[in-house]
Design a binder for this molecule. Structure first.
Ligand code: NDP
Length: 444
């Protein structure tokens, strides 16, 4: 049995029933096999065994009182994965599906993503199985305060700096930050994605979606192509999806479909992003209600059918494993030329294989959606300086970071004999910096 297969076996045994975590580790370990062959010193230093084991995992009770006066109990998580290149950094997710496996897969991926940005941030992730849907503002606030009443002791501007993710937007970040500040009595950049009135950065809200499109534009440019005149399908209709759509449109593409967890909508003339934003970001309604405001649209039940919509570029921006082998085959049959992950691990390994076998340009989430955390690191930098950059300044830095990420992934892929394989390239480029830092710091 090879070193990597043996390690993978150990990971599976030690972390039984954590299928998403196994999936993420398997993808990374397999692509690093070529690096380990060339650099046995990483094996000698136990880098891989240490990488797959989080530095710290915190699981806690979150009791809160609902509007009917009833006590509810949720489970909170924070996995502090790796701090070799900077303080732990990674979002907080509120969704009923959240469990330790999901938080660990996200935290593990975050190590390499954060390294790829070139900025000094380690990897972490957190969340809760709390479902914000249908809850009043007061219930959300009480939940967030209770969540932070435990979590605060593990955080700090130089220790661990969370941000938003699924179910955690500006409102939730505000409530959590407020509670942290109250308990700790310090005004520090301990959260990113904060509101602009209390230390947030311009462009942070747009950053993941914009960054994804900057990345894809660079990927297309390398093949002499661009977004201009392309039909784009985007799954989800949350933070990442909305701003990816806006930037794709700005670059001359037409976005023809969006989804949420219940249904998807199509519009041949192009979906109106203002309506989507108003519906989802402002009014927190369902995507199917889009049709009430634009009669030209069609509504389809269920979200997975979205991949049968003909397009040139597909951007899965909802959640993990939302795009499977059959969906990939359908996209290929319909002539897709590029797919890039706005969400974390939205394509199953079998789907990625279909894209790669059919020479579809494929951008993995670790690289494609790194613009969010990169801009979070820019928010941390501004907080430390007690200074704010303009929209144009932050946007220019984001664009440059996304270009650099594309080129480091592409270069690493080529160097290790896997030209155009950005999955392998991103894993290698992200890994090398972390491995070197870990080796230098000794067995800690
Ligand atoms: P939001 O909560 O803003 O939006 C999530 C969207 O995905 C919603 O439209 C939601 O629909 C939909 N969705 C959620 N679960 C499912 C499901 N099981 N099936 C289909 N659709 C679903 O989250 P974000 O936009 O922030 O995050 C989206 C993805 O991007 C996640 O994978 C996240 O980890 C990743 N990401 C986010 C970053 C950020 O900066 N926000 C940074 C990097 C990655 P509904 O409204 O019905 O719930």
């Amino acid at each position: 049995m090879s070193y990597v297969s043996e390690l993978l076996e150990q990971v599976k045994q030690r972390n039984a029933n954590e299928s998403e975590f196994h999936q993420a580790v398997e993808e990374v370990l397999e692509s690093l096999e070529v690096v380990l062959e060339k650099n046995p010193q990483y094996i000698d230093a136990g880098i891989m065994e240490r990488l797959v084991e989080p530095e710290r995992q915190v699981v806690f009770r979150v009791p809160w009182v609902d509007d009917n006066g009833k006590v509810q109990v949720n489970r909170g998580f924070r996995v502090q994965y790796n701090s070799s290149i900077g303080p732990y950094k990674g979002g907080i997710r509120f969704h009923p599906s959240v469990n330790l496996s999901i938080i660990k897969f996200l935290g593990f991926e975050q190590i390499f993503k954060n390294s790829l940005t070139g900025l000094p941030i380690g990897g972490g992730k957190g969340g809760s199985d709390f479902d914000p849907k249908g809850r009043s503002d007061n219930e959300i606030m009480r939940f967030c305060q209770s969540f932070m009443t435990e979590l605060y002791r593990h955080l700090g501007a130089d220790t661990d700096v969370p941000a938003g993710d699924i179910g955690v937007g500006a409102r939730e970040v505000g409530y959590m930050y407020g509670q942290y500040k109250r308990i700790r009595n310090v005004y520090e950049g301990v959260f990113t994605g904060k509101g602009l009135t209390y230390g947030g950065s311009l462009v942070r809200k747009e950053a993941t979606g914009y960054g994804l499109v900057y990345f894809v534009e660079e990927m297309l440019k390398a093949k002499g192509d661009s977004f201009k005149g392309k039909r784009v399908v985007i799954s989800g209709s949350g933070n990442v999806a909305i701003y990816a759509a806006r930037k794709a449109e700005e670059l001359g593409a037409k976005v023809v479909a969006f989804s949420d967890s219940n249904s998807y909508i199509c519009c041949e003339d192009g979906v109106n992003c203002d309506i989507v934003q108003q519906l989802k970001e402002v009014e927190r309604r369902r995507i199917r209600e889009y049709k009430d405001r634009d009669a030209k649209a069609s509504v389809h039940e269920g979200c997975s059918g979205i991949w049968s919509t003909k397009c040139d570029i597909a951007l899965p921006c909802a959640t993990q494993n939302e795009l499977q082998k059959e969906d990939a085959e359908m996209l290929v049959k319909n002539g897709v030329i590029a797919v890039a992950e706005g969400a974390n691990m939205p394509c199953t390994p079998e789907a990625v294989e279909v894209f790669q076998k059919n020479n579809v340009l494929f951008g993995p989430g670790k690289a494609g959606n790194a613009g969010g955390v990169a801009t979070s690191a820019l928010e941390m930098a501004q907080n430390s300086m007690r200074y704010s950059w303009t929209f144009e300044e932050v946007d220019a830095k984001l664009q440059q970071i996304m270009k650099d990420i594309y080129h480091s992934a592409a270069t690493a892929a080529k160097e290790y004999g896997k030209e155009d394989d950005l999955v392998t390239g991103a894993n290698i480029a992200g890994f090398l910096k972390v491995a070197e830092a870990m080796k230098a710091q000794g067995a800690v």
